[in-house]
Design a protein around this ligand. Structure first.
Ligand code: ZN
Ligand code: ZN
Length: 146
């Protein structure tokens, strides 16, 4: 894999992230799971080809929701990556842990119907009421339903 490397780290610095390709999608997510995971009123993620991402060290994955695998720093708890069975081949990295977050403006909103009523994001990115999986990955078109 060639191309620019995106780097990142968790809050405490124990875990490092490298992605050796351009993201395939960058999206807000307004679902309740992402709010609980991040503690923030909305989450935003960049989707990278799974094989281009390295977590150092690789923490033990957590699967609290069937079909969703997540990695977090075992020391500070920062969310590092997530994989969704209906979005094969992609890893979703939270923008907040990436050093280049300022250059990764989300291009769409997922689960917009679940957003907090007082949160108003003034962009023109398309709003998807639900998952937006078709916009996130062509491969997801053949995936299973939630
Ligand atoms: Zn940490
Ligand atoms: Zn979400």
């Amino acid at each position: 894999m060639t191309g620019p490397a995106f780097t990142g780290r968790c809050y405490c610095g124990d875990c490092q992230i490298t992605a050796r390709s351009e993201p395939e999608a960058v999206s807000w997510c307004h679902c309740a799971d992402c709010r609980r995971l991040t503690g923030a009123p909305a989450a935003a993620f960049a989707a990278f080809p799974e094989e281009s991402v390295t977590l150092t060290p690789t923490p033990t994955p957590l699967e609290a929701t069937p079909g969703v695998t997540r990695w977090a720093c075992p020391r500070c708890g920062s969310a590092l990556a997530a994989r969704f069975s209906y979005l094969p081949g992609q890893l979703y990295l939270p923008l907040g842990v990436l050093d280049a977050a300022d250059s990764l403006a989300p291009a769409l909103h997922s689960h917009h119907a679940s957003r907090l009523s007082w949160l108003h994001i003034a962009d023109d990115a398309p709003r998807h009421a639900g998952t937006a999986r078709d916009a996130l990955s062509d491969e997801a078109l053949s995936g299973s339903e939630e």
